[in-house]
Design a protein around this ligand. Structure first.
Ligand code: BDR
Ligand code: CA
Length: 315
């Protein structure tokens, strides 16, 4: 069994990652923490609670609200043109009677790390602010958790918010650099792989046809949410009814590491600069700079990844 704590800015691709994890028999989601990004942290928590209920998962998944902005500077605000006004593509799914915890996300992360000492994988799908705050309170965190897998950054692929930076890292570079240098066993699932994995309108049709009966609410949700995401990708990236698979790819990497090829490289996050703020700077020199080594995903079996994602929702 894989014990996972998910930290998300619960938007459309986060929601697919969350539903996928909740549906896996080999995964136990010990909780979800939320932060700002695609939407605000409270809305992200509300979305997460709705998705937990929608999934029909048969155990309790606590949700804790986290950071409302980055460690340095101001949050630029949500992105309704990508993720809708509610963060989940303006899809209407039933509200949950479950409430978020009173406990702050960073405290919940520390508590779960201790409860599942040595067994917990932290999967971050948004800014790393909650994890950086947890580290500041509990510097032993890298020793307490098994590993960290994060969706974010890019090694060779172009950035998606600046020429060289990806949104989750650019949204809080200071937090990301603190986490990357803290001593975790850490894997970067960045744009080099997520851009190579494509979800298409045909895939949603296939799900509509073959989804297990108990997953009908999930398919109905995806049919509501995905058109907006496809439209953004069409307008922004010339994608005709397809989109990259960002956050679900991080979850897929956790459940099936053989899907990706990784390379160990020392890396830092650029926290200054006019053009490169938020860039993940890797050092391939023989005598590299003093930086922590990351497992950076450099390639992926995209067809297999999508099949594994979709079949999880099928009979
Ligand atoms: C990342 O940014 C967010 O918009 C997505 O949910 C994903 O986590 C992609 O750059
Ligand atoms: Ca995300």
């Amino acid at each position: 069994m894989k014990y996972i704590l998910i930290d998300a800015d619960t938007g459309i691709d986060d929601s697919i990652a969350i539903l996928f994890a909740l549906k896996r028999k080999d995964v136990r989601v010990v909780g979800i923490t939320t932060g700002f990004g695609n939407t605000n942290a409270r809305q992200a928590a509300d979305n997460s609670l709705r998705l937990i209920q929608l999934s029909g998962v048969d155990y309790e998944v606590p949700v804790a609200v986290g950071a409302t902005g980055p460690l340095v500077g101001e949050w630029e605000g949500p992105v309704p043109h990508i993720h809708g006004h509610n963060g989940i593509g303006d899809a209407q799914i039933p509200a949950s009677s479950q409430q978020p915890l009173e406990e702050a996300a960073c405290d919940f992360i520390i508590r779960m790390a201790k409860e599942y000492e040595g067994k917990l994988t932290l999967v971050t799908l948004g800014r790393m602010t909650n994890l950086a705050l947890a580290l500041q309170k509990e510097p032993e965190l890298p020793r307490l958790v098994k590993n960290v897998v994060f969706m974010g950054g890019t090694y060779h692929a172009p950035g998606n918010v600046t020429p060289v930076a990806e949104a989750n890292i650019a949204g809080d570079p200071e937090a990301a650099d603190q986490v990357l240098q803290a001593g975790f066993d850490i894997t970067m699932v960045g744009l080099d792989v997520t851009q190579k994995v494509r979800l298409t309108a045909e895939h949603i049709e296939k799900l509509d046809k073959y989804a297990a009966p108990e997953n009908r609410p999930i398919v109905d949700y995806l049919k509501q949410a995905m058109p907006l995401y496809f439209r953004f990708n069409r307008q922004q990236n010339n994608c005709l009814d397809h989109c990259p698979v960002h956050d679900p790819m991080a979850m897929l990497t956790v459940v099936d590491p053989a899907l990706v090829t990784t390379r160990r490289m020392p890396a830092r996050v650029e926290c200054g600069g006019n053009f490169c703020r938020g860039m993940v700077v890797t050092d391939l020199r023989e005598y590299p700079m003093d930086a922590q080594y990351l497992n950076i995903c450099v390639d992926v079996d995209g067809r297999k990844a999508v099949e594994e994602l979709l079949t999880t929702f099928m009979d």
